[in-house]
Structures are given as structure tokens and as C-alpha cells.
Write a protein that binds this ligand. Sequence first.
Ligand code: PEP
Ligand code: MG
Length: 883
Amino acid sequence: TKWVYTFGDGKAEGAGEMRNLLGGKGANLAEMANLGLPVPPGFTITTELCTHFYAHGKTYPAELQSEVEAALAKTGQIAGRIFGDDANPLLVSVRSGARASMPGMMDTVLNLGLNDVTVEALAKNAGDSRFAWDSYRRFIQMYSNVVLDIDHHNFEDILEEYKDRKGYMLDTDLQEADWRAIVGQYKECVARESGKPFPQDPREQLWGAVGAVFSSWMNQRAITYRRLNGIPESWGTAVTVQAMVFGNMGDTSATGVAFTRNPSTGERELYGEFLINAQGEDVVAGIRTPQNITEVARAAASSDKPSMETALPECFREFVRVTQLLEKHYRDMQDMEFTVERGKLWMLQTRNGKRTAKAALRVAVEMATEGLISREEAIAKVEPATLDQLLHPTIDPKAERNIIATGLPASPGAASGEIVFNSDEAESLKAAGHKVILVRVETSPEDIHGMHAAEGILTTRGGMTSHAAVVARGMGKPCVSGAGTIKVDYNQGTLVAMGKTLRKGDIITIDGSTGQVLQGPVAMLEPELSGEFATLMSWADEVRRMKVRTNAETPADARVARNFGADGIGLCRTEHMFFEGDRILAVREMILADDEKGRRAALAKLLPMQRKDFAELFEIMSGLPVTIRLLDPPLHEFLPHTDAEIAEVAQAMGASVEKLKSRAAEMHEFNPMLGFRGVRIAIAYPEIAEMQARAIFEGAVEAGKKTGKPVTAEVMVPLVMTKAEFDLTKTRIDAMATAVEKETGVKVPYMVGTMIELPRAALRAGEIAQSAEFFSFGTNDLTQTALGISRDDAASFLGPYTTKGILPADPFVTLDQEGVGELVRIAAERGSKTRPGIKLGICGEHGGDPASIHFCEEVGLDYVSCSPYRVPIARLAAAQAAL
Ligand code: PEP
Ligand code: MG
């Protein structure tokens, strides 16, 4: 095995594509050297060595030492210096570099090789003793902290105490003699804290630093960062040792960072900052105000400090040339670090720059327009999930966040408003012109009006597919769900979070993109669907194979989705309309009726309302398919609760309160999600399905007349487990279609299909497809039933499953491809075998999740269906999946 790869002087043993072996930093340095760019020489010890190091009790293979010696000699040769030499010492930096960038997570040591002797040589060679001793004290502090584990404050205290004693204000007030004195005190501190003198042997220093960087792969910070960013521990880090160049050797030296494009707006401009006579950490530390790189930027900022363009014109021109070359070479926006040592430019690092969603869009579209990349590459460059940031108001990144709790990021966007604890009050406050946040332990279908009225929804219980989460996403409203550390007291009208008591009327802000709950109002940024957004979407539409439909039931949602480019409705949950206006009364009459006659009387009241709803949806989606699902949820969800509500229904039905109470009690279920719901309602009370089917067909006739275009209705049966259930229901629907045709003289083209959302249905899909004309995978229920995890209760125990890596992700957010995915695959295969070309879709929440959308493409589904605000995300993800 080769453990060490050198670079410098216009060539390298490694290359850019070796990032797994050399880490991002090492690979890019090799690549820059190969491109002939000015890179200080050095070498990279591979990530494989990191793996070896941990597999062998933190020891190195025998041959490593000689490989490192040879690389040191070569580095010194190129730099014209010798490592460990007293008169002409080579000084180096030692840095970590993993495959994926882990900013600030692991350790770095600069100025390594300095000791009591070489510091004098540095002073002589640089012609600057103050600089040499300043470098030495920085080295002692960094090395002691990283390698010897001595806390920074020890050194900071010494420096502060010294400055106080001498009456100095700034570090720049200290002269050579001062730094000499400080170095002396630092060394005493090291001896005291570590029990050993500060190591003077450069080789001992080097091995100490290399060991510390490899060890930092397992420090707590790095472990946490990896967990949060899904970086496997097995990747390991590389270590890069590189000849030092100094940006703090006087007024012709400098150091800085720059992007080839503006990382927040995406504008094509060299964007960055630098400091004359400084080392890298000074730019980051923010002690001195950095200067602009270009004259244009300086003028725009009306800064009185010279730009790099005027202060170091030669270097600036060379730097511009290098940045253009790098961007062209990497075909992406670059984020670069550089140093100028006495008028000579050195590149220390380049990588693809992190950027905001807005910048990502603009950069991708402009690069394709410039011809730098293809349209396909532009599509691949934008992370679909980040589009969320562009579709909703977001918290101004500059705003201060006073976080009082963190729940699940259930529906993106941010909102501020007064706390309100019940839906009626939310509605009346909204009507009075207030902005409110609805705070509930959990929500139920009865809260729809409160959710409509609220700017955002906060629940303390429930997961990513809880009622609050699903409905909020559908409405495009921010929602934080399952914020379990908040204690809500409805009676007192208070909530307690982090020891603070907030009352009804107090302002809070929720950030549905992060799950944070903040006290008080916070500054927001409004969404802006710029030209690039539309452009990238149109490119995505050209390449995607799958259609993207939406889950919508209200006209408002349907219009939003159509504006976002939906190809139709994939799921209309009819029950959501049952709470609109005063319909609930008729719904309750229907449920509480104790015979068919009573039910039919109530259904007759509901029919015109439903017909109007469906006609409106068909009209909005004119020319596109619309899937309407029969009533699905457990009936008791619609029952009256308060005495007043019961009395109201009793009066409407002409029945006694007592009778209704006992009827309602009969409907109690221990496990409603596995209870009287879905197709089971149509089996027990076929007249309900018949009324809905009639409303669908009559609505289609009405919409067809209005728009002059035929409507394609897709009628969907929920929670089917056997073919017989489906057949019984389909017969009723077909009969109703015939009846409506006879009555109106209009033939409505329609299909009858089924949800596949129970494991048995997936397994028996071959049989069910004999009569079902389409399948729509209800992966919310399919996940719930395949995993045996309640979708409404998951939040209280699922946390450790993802943090401990038992499950790779929340299965209600990202499809469990191995388990639930296999059921989907089986059903798709068996269904297609029986009925070649059977239309296949997905309408569970996974239909809007990019990773799950890739899976849907793989399985060959015809469409995904998701909440309106996810339609653009799904369009982009579907395009990426098709590439
Ligand atoms: C599903 O189960 O995935 C589905 C879409 O239906 P619902 O969420 O309404 O149960
Ligand atoms: Mg379902």
C-alpha cells in the first residue's frame, strides 16, 4: 500500500478524483498542482491510513515513517528548505481533510517546525524578528491545544495579563521582546500543564500533530457532525502536510478567502475578503475588518480601505486568472483560500462553495446559459429540498434566535403570531385582524378552521405524518410537531418551555424548516420565485418521465398546485371537506343515524355540497386527471363532543340527546387506525359510497359542460385488503356511473382503482389488478402497517431510532426502501403482470420526498403525488431521478 502522496511544482502523485483516498482538501491540492497553479508543496497521508490507525490500536504501519521522510525531503527540495534544519528550516502546516467537508470539526496546526533555534533562523530569513516570535507563540498555543490538550484559556490569560501589565491595547502593540517574553511564559505553562517541556524536536512535533489529527476523527464534535450529516465513520480523514507560506510578512503579504460567485445571491462576481499582513485565522477571528477583493465591491461597500485590486494589483490579476481557471475546471462555483507572501500568490485550498438555495438556482441556470455546464448538469446541481426555502417566508439568517424548544420540522416556512390554544378562538382572532399561531397538544379534523386561520401550527405530540403535519403541508403553512418539551395547559391558557411560562396572546415564532420554536417575533424574508426558478423548472419538465400530481381537496390548494405545475390531483381526501362551513352537522346526522333511511336523509343534504366541491376541482384541473378517494377515516372522528354539539345534532335529527350519546359511545374504538374505516365503511354503509360516486359523476358532467372539455375522473377506494371488498364497491360505483349517464345523457370517462396501503393488498396485487384499473400506494398507512408503528404516536419513541442509526431515516418521511419498498415493488410487479400498463402512483407523504422519488422512478411508477408546496421539489427530484 502507498500511504503518502506528494504534490508541488506543477505536478502531483494524486488527482482531483481521488477524494476518497486523499480527502477533499488533499485531492483538490493535488488537482491544483497538476493544473500548474501556485500551490505550496506538500504531501497527503491517506484516509486508508486513518482506517489502519484505528484498526491497529492507534499505531502506524512500519513503512509509513520512511514514506513520510521521503515526502518531507521532496517538499523541502521544492521549497528550497530542509525540515529540521537549524539554518534554513522548512516549516509546515498539518491539516485534516475528510471526503466530505466538515468545516471546523477537526484540528489544524500551523507553523510546525519552529523551536528555540529555528525561530532565530526564521527571523533572519524573513528579516523580521517580531514576525518570527509572533509565529512561534502562535505555534506553541495551537500545538499545545491540539496535541497536548491544554486549553486555550491558559494562553489567553497569559497574554491578557501581560498586555494589562504593559498597558497595551492591541496585539499589534507587542514587539519582538514582548513576544519573546510571552513564548517563555507559554513554555512554562506547557511544562506545568503537561508535565513535560514543549517538544523542541520538529520530527516529534510532526508525529504528534499527525497523530492528533487522526485522533480528532473520533472527537465528540466530529462524531456529532457526522451523525447530523450522515457521514460514515468508516470514511476516515486524510492528513495534509504542506510547506508554510506566510501572509503576515509585512505589507506585501496578505491572506484571504473568496468565491467565484456570490454565495448568497449567486451573482457572477468575485466575492470575498482579505487582510494585509495577516495569517488565516485573523480573517476568520474578526478582530480586524477585512478588506474587499475587487474595486467594485469596495466602492459598493463605500469602504475606505483599499481593495486587493489596488493594494496588490499584480497578485490580483493573477488571482482572477486562477479563479476563472478553477471554476471552468471544476464546472462549479469555487470557494478558495489564498495567501500572498511578499507579493507572490499561493493557493491553499479550493472546493465547491456552499450556497443558499437562491444562489444555487441562479448559479446553475447561469452556468448552463454561459455554456459552462449542460442543462442536465444544472438540474443535478440544485438540491430539490432547498427549493422549500424559496417557496415560503423564512427567518432572516441575520436575525437573533431565542429558541425555547425544538420539535419536528413538519411543514416548512416560518411564521410569527400570538399564541392561541383553540381553533374557534384562532378563527375569531384572525377575523379581528390578529395573526395567531395555533398551539395544540395535537390536532384533529375538527381543527381545520383553526389551522386555516392560523399563520402556523405548533403541536407537542405527533410525528411527521400526524394530522397537524399532513394538513399543514397541504395548506402550505409552517408547522412544528411533536415539540415534547413544551407543556401546554389548556385550562390556564399557558405553555411552559425551558422554564418560561408564556400566555395566550404572547408572540412566538415557529420555524417549520428546522423545528425550532422561538420566543417573540423574528425578522423574515419573503419568498421570491425569480426567473431562474421558472427556467430550471422548465428544464426539469423536459427530462422527467414521471408525472407530478398533488394531494389537494380545497379549490385554493388545487389552484396553488396547478400554479406550481402539478399534472393533476393524485389524492383528494374527501373527508377534509366535511368540516367546511356547517356541513359537519349533516355529516354527524349521517353517522349517528341508526338506520339506512336516516342515513340516506342526511346523505341527500351532503350530495349537492360534494357535487359542487368536485365540479370545482375538475374545473380547476381541467384537462388533467383528478383522483377522488371515497371516505376513509374512522367515523368517530366526526362525532360531536360537547353537550351543545350533541344537542344541535339531536335537534336536527329529531332524536333525543340520550339516544345520540349512547349511539356515539357505541362507536368508540380501541384502535381506530385499524378499525372501522376505509373501504370497510363502504361495505357496511354502501349508500355513503354511492352518494360520493354520484357526486363525482354529476360534478364531472357539470364541469365538462362549463369548460367544454371532457373530465377524466379516477375514483379511488381506500384501505382495501381483498379483491372481494374492492369488487363489491366497484359494482356500486359502476352502477352509479350508468345511472348518471342515463339521467344526464353524458358519458363520463372514468376509472376505478384502489389504494395499496395494507401489506395484504400489496401481496395480493396480482388478483386485485384483475378489477382495479389503477393503484395508488398509500405509503403512510403502508409504513404504519408494515412496520407496526403508529403514525400518530411515533414521535415519542422514534427519535433514538434515527439518532442511534437503527433506522437510517424517519420512515414516515423517507420511504423504508428495504421493507415497505419491497412491498411496493411486489405490488407493482404483480399488478403489472395481471394488467399490463396498469397506472401506478404514490400519494403517501413520501411522494414529495426526493430520496423516495428516486425509488419511485426505479420501480417505474407513473406519477408521484404530494402536497401543493412540494410540487416544484418533486418536479426537480423526478427530473434528477430520470437523468
Ligand atoms: C396513505 O396512507 O399513504 C394515504 C395517502 O392516505 P392517508 O394519509 O389519508 O391515510
Ligand atoms: Mg391511508
